[in-house]
Design a protein around this ligand. Structure first.
Ligand SMILES: *Cc1c(COP(=O)(O)O)cnc(C)c1O
Length: 382
């Protein structure tokens, strides 16, 4: 059996929608983007959504919109994709990493408070794998110290924190529609906020800093005149992406049901498997199951993560590692960061393996992957 780590879940409906978007002759940001923004805002339960070409663009513009710049510090997790930290650097600010909770793999609220200085401007919680951060605690801390919250919800398009959807809690939330994400438009992203001014600023900065409705300047009812208010960026979504996204949004509930089933099946088989630590979940929240990351327990198994991955690959199972911690990357090492200052992140990273998880997997494939994991583990028990 050959089971790739990741496969997008795209039907003929999406293909037809994309074709009709192309045939409509409106290729860039236009009516479909506005429709997708409206539907997405409704889905999240928030007043504003702005379509962008990536989550990275969203993280960058979110920070610019709240005024983060040189001299400022932004607190985030070291256990994330590098976009979270790179965009802090793009603003000229300094990333301040706080270690993760080894259970949830999300940044530890206790450590956030210790990391706050007079220069701290914002916190960027990352909802790892789609399991939400401790938002009540983080909101309390942010209120107390007058900090903004920008959520990296690249994994959390379906996540609920208690009764609230992710996207309706922080000042600004950034979603990713990258090829591997739970909802994809190939490349794409969305930011949500309940603050009209922040939404307007992000919209303006996403299109060269041009004045409102400049996207419509080539339409029949549009006008050629616009004014540039800021040296903005080219980060807008296109109608081809939005047409794709609208269809994916319609299917999201069904895709998420399947993800949850697969995660439950993995858990039921792997919980019998000694030496393998399973991902955390709790009935209090709704997990989006973007990733199913297991951890090899070095106390109980005498096999390295690398050897484990090689053995899985030999039996046809594709895997990945989420994430290479930010302080491990050469650029960040040169800036003076050191992974040894984040012992929990380091420990989790050294043993972690992400298993295939996407709606197209069959129960047989999931059982095959889980059996392969158990088999390797049982051969390497200490
Ligand atoms: C995928 C990802 C991003 C970046 O998303 P893009 O849409 O590719 O820019 C940011 N943060 C995390 C945690 C991610 O996994």
């Amino acid at each position: 059996m050959k089971i790739p780590f990741c496969l997008p879940h795209i039907g003929d409906e999406e293909i037809q929608e994309v074709v009709s978007a192309i045939k409509s002759n409106w290729l860039s940001k236009g009516p479909k983007t506005l429709e997708f923004e409206g539907e997405f805002a409704k889905f999240v339960g928030v007043s504003h959504a702005v379509g962008l070409n990536s989550c990275t663009a969203g993280l960058h513009l979110a920070q610019l919109a709240i005024g983060i710049g040189p001299g400022d510090e932004v607190i985030t997790s070291p256990y994330t994709f590098v976009a979270t930290a790179n965009t802090i650097l793009h603003c000229g600010a300094t990333p301040v990493f706080v270690d993760i909770d080894p259970l949830t793999l999300n940044l530890s609220p206790e450590l956030i408070e210790q990391a706050i200085t007079p220069r701290t401007k914002a916190i960027i919680p990352v909802h790892f794998a789609g399991y939400p951060c401790e938002m009540d605690r983080i909101v309390d801390i942010a209120r107390h110290y007058h900090l903004s919250i920008i959520e990296d919800a690249a994994h959390a398009v379906y996540t609920r924190y208690r009764e609230r959807n992710i996207g309706s809690i922080g000042d600004i939330t950034c979603f990713s529609f990258y090829a591997t994400k739970n909802l994809t438009t190939g490349e794409g992203g969305m930011v949500t906020t309940s603050d009209e001014e922040l939404a307007a600023r992000i919209r303006m900065l996403s299109l060269h800093g041009m004045s409102k409705n400049a996207w419509n300047r080539y339409a029949e009812k549009g006008t050629w005149y616009y004014e540039v208010e800021h040296a903005g960026y080219k980060y807008n979504m296109t109608d081809v992406q939005a047409a794709f996204g609208l269809l994916q949004l319609q299917k999201l509930e069904a895709m998420q049901q399947r993800r949850a089933q697969i995660a439950a099946l993995y858990t039921s088989i792997l919980s019998e498997c000694e030496g393998v630590v399973l991902p955390y979940d709790s009935a209090e929240h709704r997990h989006a199951w973007h990733l199913y990351s297991i951890r090899i327990d070095p106390e109980r198994l005498a096999i390295s993560r690398e050897a484990f991955i090689t053995k899985l690959s030999a039996v046809g199972v594709g895997t990945s590692v989420h994430f290479i911690p930010i302080p491990h990357h050469p650029h960040y090492k040169r800036l003076g960061y050191n992974l040894h200052e984040y012992p929990q992140t380091r420990k989790v990273y050294e043993g972690t393996i992400s298993l295939p998880l996407y709606p197209g997997l069959t129960d047989d494939q999931v059982a095959y992957v889980a059996a392969a994991v158990c088999d390797i583990a049982s051969r390497h028990r200490k």
